[in-house]
Design a protein around this ligand. Structure first.
Ligand code: KE4
Length: 427
C-alpha cells in the first residue's frame, strides 16, 4: 500500500496526467496498488514523498549506473547550466561525445545525438530504410525499442504488461511494415529471410533482451542475425539503449563480439538527462541529412547540459575495475534472491548479465517472450509489494530488468537481503 502522501499525489496527478504518470510502467498496473512518488534520490537510495527511504533497483530504468546525484555529475551539470542551457548550434562537447562513443563502440564510426532512445531507434530504422531502399523491418516478439508506430507491434516492456500485443492508434498499414520473430529463434529468422529476405531493410534487436525481463542471447541466434542480414543485404541494428555502457564499456556487442551495421544508445550516455544516439558504418551514416537524403532532426539534440552529464558519467565509468565491481554487485544481488527464494520454497529463475537482472517467477530458464509470459505475475506482484513494505523499490513489472549501481554498497545490500527474506516469506 502506497504511503498517504503518495496516494494524495497520485489522486491529484490522475486528474491532469493520463494514469497519473508520464510513462505507463510507472503506474504499478502490472503489480497492483498505486505508485510511490519520489521526492529525491542519492546513491543507491530513493526517498519517497513521505520521506521513506528505499534501496533503488529501477535506476531510472538504466541511466543511474553510478547511483543517484553523483557529486561529479551534479557539478558537471551545474557548470554547463551556468553557460546557458541550449544554443541550437554545434558545440565542442558534442564532438567529444561522438569521439567517446566511437572509441568505446568501434562499430559506431559516426553517430548522431538525439533526445531519447525512441528517437535513436526511429532514426536508425529510417536510415536503414533509406540506405537499402526497402520497407520491411524485423523485430522480436517481446522486444521493445521505444514508441514509434511501426515498433509497437507485439511490444515488450509496458505494452507486454498491458497485455496488448499492438497499441491502439497504430495504422494496420504501418504495422504491416514490421515482421516479428521470437527472440533466440534462429530457425524462425532463417525462415523469414527465406520467404521475404529481399524486402527486409533491417533487423533491430536487443543484444540482451531487457524488456521482457533479462534474457541473454543464444550464440546460434546471434550468428543467424549477422549471417542472415549479411546474406540478404539487410542491416543489423543493435538496440543498446539499455545495454550500452551497462554490461561492458563497449556494450553487449563487445561482450558477444557482434559487429552490427547500426547501434542505438540512450540512458547511461545521458547520465540521467535526455540523450539518445544512433550510429554505425560511415557509408551508412553519410546518408543522414544534411549530407544525405535521410532526414532526422531535433531541437535539443546534443543539449549542452545532457551531454555534460553524459560525458562525466562515461568518464567515471572509465575508471579501472568499474565493470568488475558491477559484476560483483550484480552477482551478490542474484545470490541473495536465490538464497531467500530457496529458503521460502518459491520457484524463481534469476537471469542476469552484469548489473542487469530479472527474478522470473518460474522454475525454468526463460529464452523468449512466451516463456517470460509463463510466469506467476500474481506472486511477482505480492513480492513487489512486500519489498516496498521492507524498503526496496524493485521495478514494478515482471517484464523489466532491475539495475544495480556502483553506489549499492554493503549497507544497501544488507537492507536488500532483509527485504528479500521478508518478501519471500510473505508469499
Ligand atoms: P526511451 O524513448 O524510453 O528513452 O527509450 C526507448 C527504449 C529503446 N530501446 C530499449 C532497449 C529500451 O529499453 C527503451 C526504453 N526502456 C524502458 C524500460 N524498459 C523505458 C521505461 C519506460 O518506458 O518508462
Amino acid at each position: 500500500m502506497a504511503d498517504p502522501v503518495s496516494r494524495e499525489l497520485f489522486a491529484r496527478a490522475s486528474k491532469v496526467i493520463p494514469g497519473g504518470v508520464n510513462s505507463p510502467v510507472r503506474a504499478f498496473r502490472a503489480v497492483g496498488g498505486e505508485p510511490i512518488f519520489i521526492k529525491e534520490a542519492h546513491g543507491s537510495m530513493l526517498v519517497g514523498a513521505d520521506g521513506t527511504e528505499y534501496v533503488d533497483y529501477i535506476g531510472s530504468w538504466g541511466p543511474m549506473i553510478l547511483g543517484h546525484a553523483h557529486p561529479d555529475v551534479v557539478a558537471a551539470i551545474q557548470r554547463a547550466a551556468e553557460k546557458g542551457s541550449s544554443y541550437g548550434a554545434p558545440t565542442e562537447a558534442e564532438i567529444t561525445m561522438a569521439e567517446r562513443i566511437r572509441d568505446a563502440v568501434p562499430s559506431m564510426e559516426m553517430s548522431r545525438l538525439v533526445s531519447s532512445g525512441t528517437e535513436a531507434t526511429m532514426g536508425a530504422l529510417r536510415l536503414a530504410r533509406g540506405f537499402t531502399g526497402r520497407d520491411l523491418i524485423v523485430k522480436c516478439i517481446g522486444g521493445y525499442h521505444g514508441g514509434a508506430d511501426y515498433l509497437l507491434v507485439k511490444g515488450g516492456s509496458g505494452l507486454a504488461t498491458l497485455g496488448e500485443p499492438d497499441s491502439a492508434g497504430v495504422p494496420s498499414a504501418i504495422a504491416a511494415t514490421t515482421a516479428v520473430v521470437p527472440y533466440n529463434d534462429a530457425y524462425a529468422l532463417e525462415q523469414l529471410f527465406a520467404e521475404r529476405g529481399g524486402e527486409i531493410a533491417a533487423v533491430i534487436f536487443e543484444p540482451i533482451a531487457g524488456n521482457m525481463g533479462c534474457i541473454p542471447p543464444d550464440p546460434v541466434w546471434l550468428d543467424a542475425l549477422r549471417t542472415q542480414t549479411q546474406n540478404h543485404g539487410a542491416l543489423l541494428i543493435c538496440d543498446e539503449v539499455m545495454t550500452g555502457f551497462r554490461v561492458a564499456w563497449g556494450g553487449a556487442q563487445a561482450l558477444y563480439d557482434i559487429r552490427p551495421d547500426l547501434t542505438c544508445l540512450g540512458k547511461i550516455i545521458g547520465g540521467g538527462l535526455p540523450v539518445g544516439a544512433y550510429g554505425g558504418r560511415t557509408d551508412i551514416m553519410k546518408k543522414v541529412a544534411p549530407v544525405g537524403p535521410v532526414y532526422q532532426a531535433g531541437t535539443l539534440s546534443g543539449n549542452p547540459l545532457a551531454v555534460a552529464a553524459g560525458l562525466e558519467t562515461l568518464e567515471l565509468l572509465l575508471r579501472p575495475g568499474v565493470y568488475e565491481d558491477l559484476e560483483h554487485k550484480g552477482d551478490q544481488v542474484q545470490a541473495l534472491i536465490e538464497q531467500h527464494a530457496g529458503a521460502g520454497g518459491v520457484p524463481i529463475t534469476v537471469q542476469r548479465v552484469g548489473s542487469m537482472l530479472t527474478a522470473f517467477f518460474r522454475g525454468k530458464a526463460i529464452r523468449n517472450w512466451d516463456e517470460a509470459a509463463d510466469t506467476d505475475r500474481d506472486a511477482f506482484g505480492r513480492w513487489h509489494a512486500a519489498l516496498l513494505e521492507n524498503g526496496v523499490y524493485w521495478p514494478p513489472s515482471q517484464f523489466e530488468a532491475a539495475f544495480v549501481s556502483l553506489a549499492h554498497d554493503a549497507e544497501a545490500l544488507a537492507k536488500t537481503s532483509r527485504a528479500f527474506k521478508a518478501a519471500f516469506a510473505a508469499l
